[in-house]
Design a protein around this ligand. Structure first.
Ligand SMILES: *Cc1c(COP(=O)(O)O)cnc(C)c1O
Length: 374
């Protein structure tokens, strides 16, 4: 029996490990020159002359961004019904209300039309999520937000290296937030980055990132706000600098593996079971299919156990967020978001990471097709 193929695994090369060791030996291990170097490198990578701030997580970054644009009690933020919990949790943490909108069944993404229908006088911001690395159709979303005076905070946790109509996510629009959790397309172990256009956000972001501290008019350190503590370490930044060097190669490997998945599965599965293939700009954070569990008369847990018995690790990204206990208790009806409900019930994430081979994809497809045929 082969060892279990996990659904994801980070690739850290020896050069990066050597850089981390050098930082550990340097005597400066918290936020310092490596953080500045990572911010510069991310700015160059994303392009568009953007400001960049890195922090300890995308969750922290999203909360910092919403706070910096003034989201607070009495406000609403429009969030997809199909996303990770963090997208909505940060809205609640600021005393505001997440208003869910449904996503496309195959795109898993929100549209400008769905967002427009959810705007109320209390709406302050919208948070599109580029699900699985497929860009949201952003031009109409940004046009809508400009017309209605709303801020756009893109949850780009899945989308470092994603292009939309040839333009890198983060290089245009209002604010984008990337995640560098180990499951994402590049990692700083834990970490995130905000990339934005408006330099007026820099002061509130820097204060929120580090204790509300900045220099006063006389050049002395002063506290101006009850800020948080979200600064990234130089050790983590050194990991990120090494990962960013390899990111385009990682994403190219992901795309090639996904092409092989499509070649194997498109002839065998209903179109609804497969995600939209997207274009060359898709960064394929995850490859997830919908399994008709009710028709097969098995639970997802049983499906996952059968795949595991065949040596294949499977993830779930994600159950419907309005259907989670906390959001149901806030009064959300998961049935009001039928695509998110169906995706949430049927989705399974198949293995995809840069060090995989086409032979691994074949093993996954053989296992999947055999479980579906049972
Ligand atoms: C991973 C993820 C986050 C949170 O990222 P962290 O860096 O782990 O805080 C937010 N939104 C989405 C859609 C994610 O997948």
């Amino acid at each position: 029996m082969n060892e279990i193929l996990p659904f994801t695994r980070p690739s850290i090369d020896e050069a990066t490990i050597a850089d981390v060791v050098a930082v550990l030996r340097s005597g400066w291990i918290a936020s310092g020159p490596k953080v500045l170097e990572l911010e510069r490198a991310l700015g160059e990578y994303v392009g568009g002359g953007r400001k960049v701030r890195v922090m300890t997580s995308a969750t922290g970054g999203l909360e910092m961004a919403l706070k910096a644009v003034g989201v607070g009690p009495g406000h609403e933020v429009i969030v997809p019904a199909m996303t990770f919990a963090a997208s909505a949790n940060v809205v609640v943490r600021l005393g505001a209300r997440p208003v869910f909108v449904d996503v496309g069944l195959r795109s898993r993404n929100v549209t400008a039309e769905a967002i427009a229908a959810a705007i109320t006088p209390r709406t302050r911001a919208v948070m599109p999520v580029h699900f699985a690395g497929l860009a949201v159709d952003m031009d109409p979303v940004n046009a809508l937000a400009t017309a209605r005076g709303l801020r756009v905070v893109e949850d780009a946790a899945h989308a470092i290296g994603t292009r939309y109509r040839g333009r890198m996510i983060g290089s245009f629009g209002d604010i984008a937030c990337f995640s560098f959790h180990p499951n994402k397309n590049m990692t700083t172990i834990e970490g995130g980055a905000l990339v934005y256009a408006d330099d007026r956000l820099t002061l509130p972001l820097d204060r929120e990132r580090f204790h509300g501290i900045s220099k006063d008019a006389a050049g002395n350190v002063d506290v101006f706000d009850a800020g948080g503590k979200y600064n990234l370490t130089d050790v983590a930044a050194a990991v990120g600098i090494g990962q960013l060097r390899q990111l385009d190669g990682f994403n190219k490997a992901r795309r090639a593996l996904v092409s092989h998945y499509f070649a194997r599965l498109e002839p065998r599965l209903d179109a609804d079971m497969l995600p939209l293939p997207g274009d060359e700009g898709h960064s394929w954070h995850v490859f997830a299919v919908l399994v008709p569990l009710a028709r097969l008369r098995i639970t997802r847990d049983e499906f996952i156990a059968r795949m595991r018995a065949l040596g294949i690790g499977v993830g779930v990204h994600y159950p419907s967020l309005p259907g989670m206990t906390y959001y149901r208790e806030l009064g959300n009806d998961p049935a009001a978001y039928p695509n998110a409900a169906r995706i949430g019930a049927e989705t399974v994430t198949l293995p995809l990471f840069p060090a995989m081979t086409n032979a691994d994809v074949d093993r996954v497809c053989d296992a999947l097709l055999s479980v579906l045929a049972d």
